[in-house]
Design a protein around this ligand. Sequence first.
Ligand code: FES
Length: 202
Amino acid sequence: MNVRPCSMILRHAFTVWTSHDAVRDVMNRRKLLERIVQGFAAVGAGFVIYPFFKAGIPGNGATAGLEVELSDLRPGQAKLVHWLGRKVIVRRQSDAMLDYLERDANKLKDPKSKDSSQPDFARNTFRSRRPGVFVAFNNCTHLGCEVDVVNDTGVGFKCPCHQSDYDYSGRVMKGAAAPLNLEVPSYAYVSDNRLKLGMEEA
Ligand code: FES
């Protein structure tokens, strides 16, 4: 037997075997890389989507609405509730407060809430569905500071940051740094003493 051709055959076989191995190695690495990238993409998507679920965007029915009990509020009293990552003021207004709302419109920047943000049902003097209960996000419309609930001769809310004053229905006073009235969210009554934030009236 000729030794030389035999060694050539063996060398060729070894080359083919090792090159297959190398190709397999590259493919395995590529698959691994693809899986790592897919993993990162899934985690990234989770980070993007999670806050929306947490906030209860419309369609996520379990958390989109929040019921608020009113029977424990005496006239003038307010409560703060957390909804969609923000605080909402719910205040029962006294008769004296309601009287104030119907006078001194000339002291207000946007008395008819033409430029301010509220559902259509709240585009009225009381900025509410029913006179006697006022609901608004508690962020000042200047730079978003949280307003304090007060009862100070016509002033119902004060911003501690730059002293903007709002009346009992969240309408901002002339001369304030805040440009607009407090933002009113959508809500509806589910009973006489219970409302639901985020709900449209049927
Ligand atoms: S943030 Fe309220 S007045 Fe500036």
